[in-house]
Every structure is written in structure tokens, then in C-alpha cells.
Write a protein that binds this ligand. Structure first.
Ligand code: COA
Length: 319
């Protein structure tokens, strides 16, 4: 049994931080950041918690879908930067929405929303759920080394959500893959204070080989789009919209060039938000929906990639 996307939602923290503001305490500039990444600003949590963002995006998605929280059969949250390791972020969302369905998290870094969608689809296919809320929420600013100009300028905070319902022709195609590599992009976990631990834990901040991720990202997008099109027996040119992970404008423009698709079919939100990890895709999808750019029957390719190294792709038809 397939599914339909009923509606989407998104949320950003209020505080917007421009590149110029970063250059007040980092050896960087708006010129460097914008030309190398396409990012002009990012939104950062100040008084907001991640729970607040996740709930705001979820409420909007429920409202757009005309679904009440009590009608949900499952909540899946994608995050790697939750307010708490336990309970799952999805449980906090369920509590604040007043939902009583099962709720748990999926961790697949920047590809997390696509992996969470696949989990949700599985519940629907097995007849275990009819309506599912999938929310991706990330507070990347808590995982950054704010003295490292090579990483902290790239990320921001935000959330995006979608409600899906059993019935419909989705997915037209789906592909998930992992090229195991624990070093290229990494955030170490809790250090803890076990008296038995002898090895030194690394500080819990993000480290990354930017050039390796860049190359991986361009290849991941192009390979995935070709696979999705081939699995669905359509041509790449027949895909109406591309919602790719928003890591770097240069990754997007190289992918556009290689795929030979029209530039304006590729959604861009990173100029305003930076990389909000797994929230990028549902955030961009919501933007697309809210600007009335989506028509019934349109095909949309979602491609997420990131730490893992994980890649997830979905080819969908809009309701
Ligand atoms: C991070 C990234 C923007 C760096 O761009 P780049 O063109 O590869 O730049 P380099 O890392 O080669 O650095 C070039 C120079 O700029 C400097 N630099 C790095 N960050 C800087 C900043 N914010 N401001 C000014 N200079 C900076 C470097 O120190 C280096 O200086 P040097 O030549 O004196 O050593 C780019 O590699 C990238 O976007 N990669 C993908 C990252 C990503 O998407 N991660 C998340 C995936 S989910």
C-alpha cells in the first residue's frame, strides 16, 4: 500500500545571524562564506529549545493536513542534536501535541528525514499505521566548535515536518545506501565520567573533511537521481522538482550542471538557513509547498546525504 503526503510544516528560531556578525569573532568574511557556500545567514536557537522547533513544525504540518494529533498512529523524529538523549525527541513532541501513538527517533545525520520517511512507509505498508507524522529537527549550533571557522559558518538550527497517510501511489522509487566511513564527518557522543574508562574521549563537537564531503555530495546527488529515475522508468527530465540536502550552493550547482536539469527546478533554502542537517529536506519541501510551486501530479526527487556516509532518495508524486 502506498502513501500520500497530506501536508508539511517548518520552523526556524527567531534569531538570524548574518555572515558579518560571525566575522566579529572569527577570522572570516561575508565574501568568503557567500562565495564558497552560498550562505548569507543562519537562524540560531537562543531562548528556543529543539522541542519548541520540532513541535512548531509538527503543528503546522498537522494543521495543513487537517489531521488532529489524536489521529496519528506513529511519530518518527529525525535528529542527532536532541535536547535530551533520553527520551527520544519524538516522545517530547508527542507529549506536547497530546498524541498517544508510538514515537521514536531515527538517526541518519543529514539523510535522516529520508530514512525516517522510509521507516514510516514500512509501518504503512505492514498495515501498522495509517497516519504518520515525520519531523526532522536539528540544533546544529550546539554541536559546533565556534572557534573553527571551517565548520561553524556552515550550519544553523531549524525543523521541518510532513504528515503522510496510507493510500496513494508513493513512492515512485526509493533508494537508501551507506558507504561506511566514521571519520569524514563526525560528532562524538557523551564523554561521561566512568571511573573504568581509560581511553580519552574526544570533545563532542563536529569535525569534518570538507573537501571529501563536497565530492561525495555531488556524486551522491547525481547517482541517486539517475537511480530513482531508472527505478521509476522515467527520464530525469520528467522530474519536476529537486529537493536536495542544502549543504553548499556549489554542491547544488555542480549537481545541476552534471544532471543537465533546469536550475530553477532545484529548491534553494540554504542562503537563509545554512545547513540544518536532516531538517533541510522537509524545510525546503515546505517552502516549495507554501510558495504554491507544487501542482497535483508533480514529481519530486528528495536526496539527502551526510555523515555515515548515508544517502537516501525518494521519488514522490505530489497529492
Ligand atoms: C567547507 C568548505 C566550504 C570549504 O571550502 P574549500 O573551498 O574546500 O576551502 P578549503 O577547506 O580548501 O579552505 C581554503 C582556505 O580557506 C580557509 N577557510 C576555511 N574556512 C574559512 C572561513 N569561514 N573564512 C575564511 N577562510 C576560511 C582555510 O583555512 C583555507 O585557508 P589556507 O588556504 O590558508 O589553508 C567546502 O569544502 C564544503 O562546503 N564542503 C562540504 C561540507 C559540507 O557540506 N558538510 C556537510 C555535509 S552534510
Amino acid at each position: 500500500m502506498g502513501f500520500t503526503i497530506l501536508g508539511t510544516g517548518s520552523a526556524l528560531p527567531k534569531r538570524r545571524v548574518s555572515n558579518d556578525e560571525l566575522s566579529e569573532f572569527l577570522d572570516t568574511s561575508d565574501e568568503w562564506i557567500f562565495t564558497r557556500t552560498g550562505i548569507k545567514s543562519r537562524h540560531v536557537c537562543t531562548t528556543e529549545s529543539l522541542d519548541d522547533l520540532a513541535v512548531a513544525a509538527s503543528e503546522q504540518a498537522l494543521q495543513t493536513s487537517g489531521v488532529d494529533a489524536s489521529q496519528l498512529d506513529l511519530i518518527v523524529c529525525s535528529t542527532t542534536t536532541g535536547d535530551h538523549l533520553v527520551p527520544a525527541e519524538a516522545c517530547a513532541v508527542a507529549e506536547r501535541l497530546g498524541a498517544t501513538c508510538p514515537a521514536f527517533d531515527v538517526s541518519a545525520a543529514c539523510a535522516g528525514f529520508v530514512f525516517a520517511l522510509d521507516v514510516a512507509e514500512g509501518y504503512i505498508a505492514r498495515g501498522r499505521a495509517r497516519r504518520v507524522l515525520i519531523v526532522a529537527a536539528e540544533q546544529m549550533t550546539r554541536a559546533l566548535d565556534w572557534t573553527d571557522r571551517a565548520t561553524c559558518v556552515l550550519f544553523g538550527d531549524g525543523a521541518g515536518a510532513a504528515v503522510i497517510e496510507a493510500g496513494g501511489e508513493n513512492p515512485l522509487a526509493v533508494e537508501l545506501s551507506t558507504s561506511p566511513d566514521a571519520e569524514t564527518l563526525r560528532v562524538p557522543g557523551l564523554a561521561g565520567s566512568s571511573p573504568y574508562k581509560t581511553a580519552q574521549d574526544r570533545e563532542s563537537v563536529l569535525s569534518m573533511n570538507g573537501r571529501r564531503v563536497f565530492k561525495f555530495g555531488v556524486n551522491a546527488i547525481c547517482d541517486m537521481v539517475h537511480k530513482l529515475a531508472s527505478d521509476a522508468s522515467i527520464a530525469v527530465e520528467d522530474i519536476d522538482h529537486f529537493v536536495f540536502h542544502q549543504a553548499n550552493e556549489r554542491i547544488l550547482s555542480q549537481a545541476v550542471k552534471r544532471l543537465g536539469v533546469p536550475d530553477d527546478c532545484v529548491v534553494r533554502t540554504l542562503r537563509e538557513t545554512g545547513n540544518i542537517s536532516s531538517a533541510c529536506i522537509p524545510f525546503a519541501l515546505d517552502r516549495l509547498a507554501r510558495t504554491n510551486a507544487l501542482n497535483a501530479g508533480d514529481t519530486i526527487a528528495l536526496v539527502g546525504f551526510g555523515a555515515g556516509l548515508d544517502v537516501g532518495g525518494y521519488l514522490l508524486r505530489w497529492k
